[in-house]
Each structure stands twice: as C-alpha cells, then as structure tokens.
Design a protein around this ligand. Structure first.
Ligand code: HEM
Length: 493
C-alpha cells in the first residue's frame, strides 16, 4: 500500500467536520444569520469551540449541497491561498456579478462586475500580468508627487480648533490620487460625491436583503440598489470617456494596459468594454475602501498611545525637517512603517477572505468537496498569541525583531489574488500619515462611540471625527475614553 493511499483511507468526509447546529424554528438560515451579524465575533466563537476547522451545511454550491467550511491557522491558510487552480475566487461584491443571462435592469451589473477579484485561471493570470506594471515597485515612485500634492491639498482644508470627519476626507483624497495616477484624471470637486456613492454601492451590494431578494420591485432594497448601480455605472462611463488619449495600447492609464492582447481574427482587444468598466470600479473601490480606513485607524491608535506618537513625531521631524517628503525620505521613516504594520495587524482592512473549491482537497484530515465555500480569517491569523505576544496590545515595537511567516501575517492576502496595490498603498499611507503628523495633532472626540463594521472590508461604522490641533508635541493630552465595540478589538483605553 502506498503512502498516499494510506492517507486517503484515513481522510474523513466533509459531513463529519464539526460545526454549529441549526437554530430552532429558523433552521440553518438562522444559524448563518446569527454568525453574519457580527462576522468576526462569530468566527471567534467557531474557533474557540471547534479549533482549526468548522463547517455549516449552508452556502457553497447549493446543487451539490456542500456548504461552507471555516479554517484557521497558517497551514490551512497556505493550502487555501496558494492553490489558485483548486480554490477559485468570487467577486468581492458577489451580488454585483450576475451571469450573462441577466435581463432587464439587472444587466447594468454586468458592467460593474468583478474586475480581477472574480476572475480565475488563465484569464485572471493574463489580465493581472497586463496591469501589473502600473503597480510595480518601479512605477510607484512616479506617483509620489501626486500623492504629496493631493495630501497637502486635503490638509489645507483642516484647521486647528475644528472637528474634522477624517475618514471621509481620506476616502475622497485617496480616490483623487487613484484617478490622477491610474487614469490621469483630475476629479477636482467631484471626488467627495463620487467617493460616497462608491462606498454606498459596495455596502448595499453586501446587504442581506439585497442578496436574498433579488427582484426589481419598486421600493425594495434591491430596486434601490439597482437605481444606485445605474448611477454608479453612469459615473464610471463618464470617467472612462474623460481619460486623456482614450483607451488604447500605449496610453499611460491602467485600462489601456488591458488592450495589449488582441484577438488575431478580429483585431479587437480581448477585454470588452463591460470588463473595462468592471476593472475600473474594482481598482477604485479596492483602493478607496482600504488605505483610508487604515490611515484613520492609525491616527486613532496614535492618539491613544502617546509614547508611540512621540517616537513617531520625532522620526518624522528628523527625516523631513519640516519639508514635504521626497521619494528618498520614505526609507528614512522605518518606525512609521512599523506603526502601519501594527495597525494592519489589529485592523486588517480585509479581515476575512474566501474561495470556493473546483476540485476536492484535503484539509485538517477531511476530504473537502468540489463546490464548497472555504473561508479564512486574516483577522484571527494576526492574533495568534503563539506569534504575537499580548495580541490585543498596540505595540509597533514588536516589529523590531518579529518576522512572522507569510501565512501568519497577511494583510494583503497571499497567492495569485494577493493585493496588486500593496506597494501603492504603503507609499500613500506613509506620505499622508507623515504629512498629517508633521502639521497637526489629532484627538478622538470625547464621548463619541467608535464601532467597527465588517462587510467585504472593515471600517468605522459612523466615521472617524477627530479634533484638530496644531502639531505641538503634547501627545499626553490627546487620549480620550473610547466607547464602542472597538474595545473588543484591542486594549484602546
Ligand atoms: C491598506 C491597503 C490595502 C489592503 C490592506 C488591501 C488588501 C487586499 C487584499 C487582502 C486583497 C486580496 C483579497 C482576496 O484574498 O481575495 C486585495 C486584492 C486587491 N487589491 Fe488591495 N488592499 C489595499 C490597497 C489597495 C489599493 C490602493 C489598490 C489599487 C490601487 C488595491 C487593489 C487591489 C486589487 C485590484 C485586488 C485584486 C487582485 C486580484 O484578485 O488579482 N488594493 N487587496
């Protein structure tokens, strides 16, 4: 008997994976809803109760009745994320990706569908390769000046003595940076409204009533979602028309890179107009819902940890001496990088990711079936006490000598679908944080709750208002007593 046969005979079937039971009266729907209500707390209870693997027979490919498997730990994370031909990705906003047979107003969603997120196999590999130069480490320094300029423009609107809703400002300026660098478009005054619409669209797409009842009946959540989708589609189409030089190979915008491959018989690009629109919204959303949130969390954590703030302020003062950051200055702020890494550990902007199986696979001694959904918690990987001592403490200094393995620290995910914008995001976050710290001291508004919402990304549910002071180094007076579910995430008070 060969070794592989021995392993195979010992594998237990997927139906034996332990997991929660159906709720009385509400059944499996009730169980799933109770977990989705607070997804991270739900995953935590699964982990505490069942260990590295748990399952519910809901979700997955309903025809084969396979269900959803939840996994924890770096070994399982590696299997899930490194085998792109076994585990396929679904689009981030699932409801916004109907198949080509969609009819009526639903067809607008075909133009807003999944970008790189929902592509798999050779199609994903080719299109990702084509756009990679726009995000490559050699290209990103070319964006540096735009990033500095836009951050300074935002900060010229902040005044000491006022309270500023920093999260929405950061989203809107990030959208402007993405439009200028990737599309060569200056959004100007239109950025805040567009940014708000994109965020509303993403949030509506992941609302349960929108996902569960997809009929276009006036007044229903799905009808409102389609109205907003039409508006967003118009906005994307207008943006595409504004791209200087249009979309053709050789032009300096990220969408033109996708027109490199042509069908030899028709001479037309392989990527359709609808797909281009899908790529555009995916790039804009992926950028504007992650980096700004991370910057907002970082500013909150800095305010609550005066010793970190002081050290950071000193580093920025020494590196910049009151100037705007140059390309070279970025490497002179290693502590800033650690502060960002630690914030991404505690608040990974994409806390949960998942794939579905296109062939059977072994995990934790079970044989998982084709069609199953498999969910992995980036959030919980970052809180393993065996790797991160005192995981609920915000401690950038831990990064002086900590080198977790790839699948133990993965804010940008890993494998074929890892974040294509990670270098772009790191540079932008460092620039904007350095400039904010150089000019202002920010304090949470006393008495305001801060709650973390978790959808396809995590974010501050009611925004992040902060009181603005001139940079004076008095970090001891920045702290506030913080209420809200953020206290579940870390020791913040
Ligand atoms: C702090 C900032 C960011 C974080 C934490 C982040 C995180 C992630 C993660 C975890 C994924 C993979 C999701 C999965 O496993 O399915 C991802 C994918 C992606 N990200 Fe980011 N992201 C950030 C910023 C950006 C920016 C600025 C851009 C664009 C300029 C961007 C563009 C993308 C795209 C296009 C993908 C899909 C890649 C693919 O499927 O091949 N991200 N990001």
């Amino acid at each position: 008997m060969t070794v592989s046969t021995v392993t195979a005979t010992r594998l237990r079937p997927q139906k034996d994976i332990p997991g929660p039971k159906p709720m009385p009266i509400l059944g499996w729907k009730g169980t799933v809803l109770s977990y989705m209500h607070n997804p991270l707390q739900g995953l935590e209870s699964l982990k505490n109760r069942y260990g590295e693997i748990a399952a519910v027979p809901a979700g997955g490919n309903s025809e084969s009745g396979t269900g959803t498997v939840v996994i924890f730990g770096s070994v399982n994370n590696r299997i899930l994320l490194s085998r792109a031909d076994t585990f396929y990705n679904r689009p981030a906003a699932g409801v916004a990706a109907p198949d080509q047979s969609a009819t009526g107003r639903k067809r607008v969603l075909l133009r807003l569908g999944p970008g790189l997120f929902g592509m798999n196999g050779p199609e994903h590999r080719h299109q990702r390769t084509d756009v990679t130069p726009a995000f490559h480490k050699n290209s990103v320094p070319f964006y540096h000046e735009v990033m500095v300029e836009e951050a300074e423009r935002m900060l010229s609107g902040w005044a000491p003595g006022t309270v500023q809703e920093i999260w929405s400002d950061l989203m809107s300026v990030t959208l402007s940076v993405l439009a200028k660098t990737l599309l060569q478009i200056d959004l100007g005054e239109k950025a805040p409204a567009l940014s708000l619409n994109l965020l509303r669209w993403l949030n509506q797409a992941s609302k349960l009533p929108v996902m569960l009842f997809q009929s276009d009946v006036p007044g229903t959540p799905y009808w409102h979602f389609l109205n907003l989708s039409e508006q967003v589609e118009q906005e994307m189409t207008t943006l595409i028309k504004q791209i200087p030089g249009g979309i053709k190979y050789g032009e300096k915008n990220v969408l033109s890179m996708l027109s490199r491959r042509q069908n030899p018989s028709s001479g037309c690009p392989f990527v359709s107009d609808d797909e281009l629109c899908g790529h555009l919204i995916a790039f804009l959303l992926a950028g504007q819902t992650t980096a700004p949130t991370l910057v907002a969390w970082t500013l909150l954590l800095i305010a609550q940890h005066p010793n970190v703030a002081e050290k950071l302020y000193d580093e920025i003062e020494k590196a910049l001496g009151g100037r705007s950051p140059s390309i070279e200055d970025i490497d002179r702020m290693p502590y800033l990088e650690k502060v960002i890494k630690e914030t991404m550990r505690i608040f990974p902007p994409v806390p949960i990711t998942g794939r579905y199986l296109v062939e059977p696979v072994e995990m934790s001694g079970y044989q998982l079936q084709t069609g199953s959904d498999v969910i992995c918690s980036i959030f919980h990987a970052h809180r393993d006490p065996a790797i991160y001592k005192d995981p609920l403490a915000f401690n950038p200094a831990r990064w002086h000598n900590l080198q977790p393995e790839f699948y133990e620290y993965l804010p940008f995910s890993a494998g074929a679908h890892n974040c294509i914008g990670s270098i772009f995001a790191m540079r932008w976050m460092m620039i904007v944080l350095a400039l904010i710290m150089q000019r202002f001291r920010l304090c949470p508004v006393p008495g305001r709750r801060i709650d973390v919402a978790v959808k396809s990304t995590s974010f501050p549910k009611s925004g992040m208002p902060m009181a603005i002071f001139k940079a004076d180094g008095h970090f001891g007076s920045s702290r506030s007593q913080i209420k809200g579910n953020v206290n579940w995430f870390l020791h913040i008070n």
